[in-house]
Every structure is written in structure tokens, then in C-alpha cells.
Design a protein around this ligand. Structure first.
Ligand code: PMP
Ligand code: GLN
Length: 383
């Protein structure tokens, strides 16, 4: 048995969603929206099945989607992409991440990652042989400690992994932070893996800037996107990548033997979405901001301390005052599901470095307003 995977626990998202179902709680844990994406995309996906798009497409993805990914990159971030050599369609961003680690990393390479981080990174990076160098984002606003970041770079450092807007915090990396990361990459000849699945989920007043759009970074960065986040179709598991051919090529080789390809009916629908449903994904940020305000108002009224954020659909709360003696975030989140009827995600498991905070939980608020209100009422009754 493989040592890493045989000792790995089940991901916290599956654990908490299962517990939520068992206890009929209001599930503000796992990130999936109540409101689904555009009807036009569902119609295209089902029509494509009846139109005989049911056999293996190219391992790179269907041309329509790869062209749409290239146009989207240019339009939204001003990053030119040659669709034929610089794009890849993946089974969600999850597979893209796994293929990237397998394709880019040699055993012993160091990869700098910001702590906390989305849980799939850690295991896939380790399985590729990487040594993870965590740099802890500073509370309360998850800012980048630039001095520590610079000090983390050593002779074996190959790559920096950046996720903006950030899961679990909702932080949107600022331009000065991105510029500092870019400067380090250029100075030390590093590559960057940019998880931008929440690129359109940004509140008014903040702006998502891709690291790849900064001077000198086009040749160093691979970007990831996801139809799960951009179109609220998390079960479709369609993702995309763009980057220079020299970096994308080994990723494509990993992808070809992990999954080979992605259902073409769904790819066609996502191509249509990227080309013609910009109004949908541009409306996500403002509508999520309103939902965040709704949840914030309820939680603040109950005495939760809320950490600031400018994007994604997550809100991190300090629950220190509600913890029972000896209880940590995991114990609290489970108790809140079982006894309080509201599910959150404890975030200590998103940390790789030593002594993770154990007083923070993540609420996901891309849910019906009625559900957010019901959660508030249950919490009021329980806490
Ligand atoms: N990266 C981040 C930061 C995420 O939150 C998620 C959540 N699903 C993913 C990647 C995976 O995306 P997908 O569902 O497209 O595989
Ligand atoms: N990305 C989602 C979240 O952070 C969950 C994805 C999953 O369950 N694997 O909630």
C-alpha cells in the first residue's frame, strides 16, 4: 500500500457533508452553490449528447472550449494565449492540480505554498515528491508576510503555488503582494502554479489580478480555472488550464494517463458559457457580497468575530468564545452540526505548518437567503 494514501483521512468536505445529511443540518460547510448556472449551458450539454458527441474527444479538450479559454484569458486578464498550444481541459481544477504536480515536480523539489491551503494540494504535491515549504498568511486578513516569503526561497525551490481568491479565507491577493511574488519568481527563476478557480467571485472595490498578467510572468505561470466555480456547476467537473507550452506539455502527459479526456457534451456547454454567459459570471461577485452581508449580520449579532475577505464564497469566523474546555475547531464543527443543526468546515486541517490555529471555522454562504437566515436562527437558539 502506498504510505501516504493508506494513512490519509477522508477529506473534511465529505466528512462534514455526510454528517450534515445524517443530522439534517443547514449545510454551510462544503462549497457548492444552491443557485445553478445558466439554462443555456444545460440545454447545450444535453443536446450535445443527443447530437452524438459521446465518444472520446481529443485528450487536450474540444477546440471550441480551448478557443473559449484563450479568448477568456485575453478578455478578462489581458493575457494572450495560443489556444492550440497553451490550453488544456481537465476533469475539474482538481485533476489539473494533480496533473500539474505530477508533470512539473521532481522528487526533492521545494514548493512554496501559503498556509492555510485547499486540502487537495498537500497530498498531491507530496505524492509528486515535492517538499512543501509553507508560508503562513497573517491573521486577521491573511496578508502575505513578504519577509518570510523571501526567506522561504532556497536553492531547491522550484515553484510557488498561489490561490487567489483564496480558499478557505476569501482573501484576494493585493497587487503589491502579487508584485512581490512575481519579483521573487523572476529573481530566483521559479515557476508559479496559479489556482484562480474563484477569479470571478470578487466583491465590488476589489479586483482579481492574475499573477500571469504581471510583466515577466507569462512564461512562468500556469493558471487553472473551473466551471464548478465560474458557472456554479460543481458536479460537472470541467476545468481548464493555460500556460506556456514548455510548462503545459509535461502536465498534458500526466493528464493523458490520469484521465485521458473530459466528457465532450459538458465541454461544449462550458465553451458556450465562457463565450456567451459573461453576464452570469460577472454577476456572481455582487450577489455573493450581498449574501455575505446577510450572514455577517446574523453571526455578528451572535458574537462571532469575523475575519475580513473580499471574494470567493467563504467567511472565516473566530469561534474561541464558543469552544468548550479542550475542544478544537473540529470538535466544535461536529458538535454544531449534531446539536446545533448548522454545518461549517473547521480549518485547522487546511494548515500544513506546525501549530495550526484551532479556533477558526469556515462558513460557505453561496446558499439561498432563506437557508442563511435559518442558520442564523438555529445558531441563536443553540449558542
Ligand atoms: N481549487 C480550489 C481553491 C477549490 O476551492 C476547489 C474547490 N472545489 C478546487 C480547486 C477544485 O475545483 P474543481 O471542482 O473544479 O475540481
Ligand atoms: N472546493 C469546495 C470547498 O472548498 C469543496 C470541494 C470538495 O468537496 N472537494 O468547499
Amino acid at each position: 500500500l502506498n504510505e501516504l494514501f493508506s494513512s490519509l483521512p477522508t477529506t473534511i468536505f465529505e466528512v462534514m457533508s455526510k454528517l450534515a445529511m445524517e443530522h439534517q443540518s443547514v449545510n454551510l460547510g462544503q462549497g457548492f452553490p444552491d443557485a445553478e448556472g445558466p439554462e443555456s449551458m444545460k440545454k447545450i450539454a444535453s443536446a450535445a449528447m443527443y447530437d452524438f458527441h459521446n465518444q472520446y474527444p481529443s485528450l487536450l479538450g474540444v477546440p471550441e472550449l480551448r478557443q473559449a479559454v484563450a479568448k477568456h484569458s485575453e478578455r478578462e486578464q489581458g493575457i494572450p494565449v495560443d489556444w492550440a498550444t497553451e490550453t488544456l481541459v481537465t476533469v475539474g481544477a482538481t485533476e489539473g492540480l494533480a496533473s500539474a504536480f505530477l508533470g512539473l515536480i521532481n522528487p526533492g523539489d521545494e514548493v512554496i505554498m501559503f498556509d492555510p491551503m485547499y486540502d487537495s494540494y498537500t497530498s498531491m504535491a507530496k505524492r509528486s515528491g515535492a517538499t512543501i515549504k509553507p508560508v503562513r498568511l497573517r491573521l486577521p486578513d491573511f496578508s502575505v508576510p513578504l519577509d518570510e516569503l523571501a526567506a522561504a526561497v532556497g536553492p531547491a525551490t522550484k515553484m510557488i503555488m498561489i490561490n487567489t481568491p483564496h480558499n478557505p479565507s476569501g482573501k484576494v491577493f493585493t497587487l503589491p503582494e502579487l508584485e512581490a511574488i512575481a519579483a521573487l519568481c523572476i529573481k530566483h527563476d521559479l515557476i508559479a502554479l496559479c489556482d484562480e478557480v474563484y477569479e470571478h467571485l470578487v466583491f465590488r472595490g476589489a479586483k482579481h489580478v492574475s499573477l500571469r498578467s504581471l510583466p515577466g510572468m507569462e512564461e512562468r505561470c500556469v493558471r487553472l480555472g473551473s466551471a464548478g466555480k465560474t458557472f456554479s456547476f460543481t458536479a460537472w467537473k470541467v476545468g481548464w488550464m493555460s500556460g506556456p507550452a514548455r510548462l503545459l506539455n509535461p502536465i498534458i502527459k500526466a493528464h493523458q494517463f490520469l484521465v485521458f479526456t473530459v466528457p465532450s457534451s459538458l465541454q461544449r456547454a462550458v465553451a458556450h458559457g465562457l463565450d456567451s454567459e459573461a453576464e452570469f459570471y460577472h454577476s456572481l461577485g455582487p450577489s455573493l457580497e450581498a449574501k455575505r452581508q446577510l450572514l455577517e449580520a446574523q453571526l455578528e449579532g451572535l458574537g462571532f468575530e469575523l475575519l475580513p475577505a473580499h471574494g470567493a464564497y467563504f467567511l472565516v469566523a473566530d469561534v474561541s468564545k464558543f469552544l468548550r474546555p479542550g475542544e478544537d475547531d473540529v470538535g466544535f464543527a461536529k458538535r454544531l452540526t449534531v446539536e446545533g443543526g448548522v454545518t461549517t468546515i473547521p480549518i485547522s486541517g487546511f494548515y500544513v505548518g506546525p501549530s495550526p490555529p484551532t479556533h477558526l471555522v469556515r462558513f460557505c454562504y453561496c446558499k439561498e437567503d432563506a437557508k442563511l437566515k435559518a442558520a442564523g436562527e438555529r445558531l441563536r437558539a443553540y449558542l
